[in-house]
Design a protein around this ligand. Structure first.
Ligand code: PLP
Length: 468
């Protein structure tokens, strides 16, 4: 483990980072100016940076470290597997015990419709595999015209060259020639931004179902392959649809004869309460993608799961003995699988899932208490996934002038106050604490958050931006 004394001079590290390391989803020239925030260690819900600054992690890394940092049994599982067999290909007919056991375990814990597992290195690759399998499926069953994909505005489905077009966030399209002509969107099921959403949740659900039907009618039912969605939209600003939305969309896709793909990369593994968000509504998708909490971020791993119908369509539509040409060197990596098996054991036998479910009440109460803060327009959450939306006018729900740089200022103030969360550019603050948070840690999270909001509000330009 890195200690401050082990590290080369922080300034040197910073200079090397600025000169050579390209950061995911960053403004490259801005990063060269700013330099990196170097993290050096983690324990439980806490991080330490290179300057010895202690931070309460309210975002579980990048909504992934669900079991918290420093779980020794996970480290042991990885070390033992590395010693025993650090690599085995899954290509052709090779396999390894951890991959086989993980496939069985995932089939046991996911909705009953999902019987087949393809292991990837993360969420983007899982989405990309899902798209490739769906194209293969419709070609294999003799419906080659079904090539169009529908997803949600503000959805996030990773940043592969195809998946980034299912993602509906401008930064992922700009300059990348996306979306493709086969990629289409319907509005987010956002109760806060729906005219009648708070009073009438069913209206939000009905609007989504109607929008999906209309989009399929516009494109032609025979040409639509699938609808992709997150049960709760994460990177789009933690948009929590009313309960029953996922089920209604599942039913609609069935009637429309298109595949229903649930992207549980964030919502899986206890993040919203049950093991998967699908479980809360008894939803059985045709395909499911997952990553993040699968290994709690300890090593890269994701999965694409599919129903027997989709699997059989591909298997039986491929000429005998001909390979389905999809794979990667690290598909079904034994170390990733061994880590996932131990992380899954911690969720269940280790009581992590249950702790997360107990924590949800403290999380909900803490967020809702901040609704009375002058900056906060909306508080939304399910399980340990939540957000506050900041507005300049609570009546009109108007946002802030981007020139105010509010979210950057909040992120900087939060860091000074020893707490990290996600401050989205449109003034939505996202939270995804580890499932091991204690009651005391929730209290500290919200105390530091309130202090941060108060400090930012104390600035004259922010106060001036508020209506009334
Ligand atoms: N799908 C969803 C819903 C996600 O939130 C993410 C990542 O945040 C992805 C896919 C992509 O996963 P990864 O970053 O592991 O490639």
């Amino acid at each position: 483990m890195n200690q401050l004394s082990d590290l080369p001079n922080i300034a040197t590290l910073g200079a090397i980072d600025r000169a050579h390391l390209i950061h995911p989803v960053s403004a490259w020239r801005q990063h060269e100016q700013r330099g990196p925030t170097v993290l050096t260690s983690g324990r439980g819900a806490w991080l330490t940076d290179a300057e010895g600054h202690k931070l309460l992690d309210g975002f579980a890394g990048l909504w992934c470290v669900n079991v918290g940092y420093g779980q020794e049994s996970v480290v042991q599982a990885a070390a033992e597997q590395m010693r025993q067999l650090p690599y085995a290909t899954g290509y052709f007919h090779y396999s390894s015990e951890p991959a086989i056991r993980l496939a069985e375990k995932l089939v046991q814990i996911t909705p009953a419709s999902l019987t087949r597992v393809y292991l990837t290195l993360g969420g983007s690759e899982a989405v990309d595999a899902a798209v490739r399998f769906i194209v293969q499926y419709y070609n294999a069953i003799g419906k080659p015209a079904k090539k169009h994909f529908i997803s949600l505005e503000r959805g996030y489905h990773g940043s592969s060259s195809t998946g980034a077009g299912l993602t509906a966030l401008p930064a992922f399209h700009r300059g990348f020639d996306l979306p493709l002509p086969t990629q289409h969107y319907i509005p987010s099921p956002n109760p806060y931004r729906h005219a009648d959403g708070a009073a009438n949740p069913q209206a939000v659900i009905d609007a989504s179902v109607a929008a999906l039907r209309a989009k399929v009618a516009e494109l032609g039912a025979d040409s639509v392959a699938a609808f992709f969605c997150e049960p709760i939209q994460g990177s789009g600003g933690v948009i929590v649809p009313p309960k029953g939305w996922l089920k209604a969309m599942r039913e609609a896709t069935r009637e429309l004869d298109i595949l229903f793909v649930v992207d549980e990369v964030i919502t899986g593994f206890g993040r919203t309460g049950p093991m998967f968000a699908c479980d809360a509504e008894g939803v059985e998708p045709d395909l499911m993608t997952m990553a993040k909490g699968l290994t709690s971020g300890y090593v890269p791993l994701g999965a694409t799961m599919m129903s027997e119908k989709v699997y059989a369509g591909i298997a039986d539509g491929t000429p005998a003995g001909v390979s389905v040409g999809h794979g990667a060197t690290y598909s079904a990596h034994p170390v990733g699988a061994a880590v996932a098996l131990e992380v899954l054991r911690l969720y269940e036998e280790g009581g992590v899932l249950a702790n997360g479910q107990r924590g949800a009440q403290h999380f909900a109460a803490g967020l809702d208490a901040l609704l009375s803060h002058p900056l906060v327009g909306d508080s939304r959450h399910r399980g340990l996934l939540g957000a506050l939306e900041l507005v300049s006018n609570k009546a009109t729900k108007a946002g802030f002038d981007p020139a105010l740089g509010l979210s950057d200022r909040i992120a900087a103030a939060a860091y000074r106050n020893g707490v990290v969360f996600r401050a989205f550019a449109d003034n939505i603050l996202g939270f995804a604490p580890a499932l091991i948070f204690s009651e005391d840690e929730f209290a500290q999270l919200f105390a530091r958050l309130k202090k941060t909001l108060d400090e930012v509000l104390a600035a004259a330009d922010v106060r001036a931006a508020l209506a009334g």
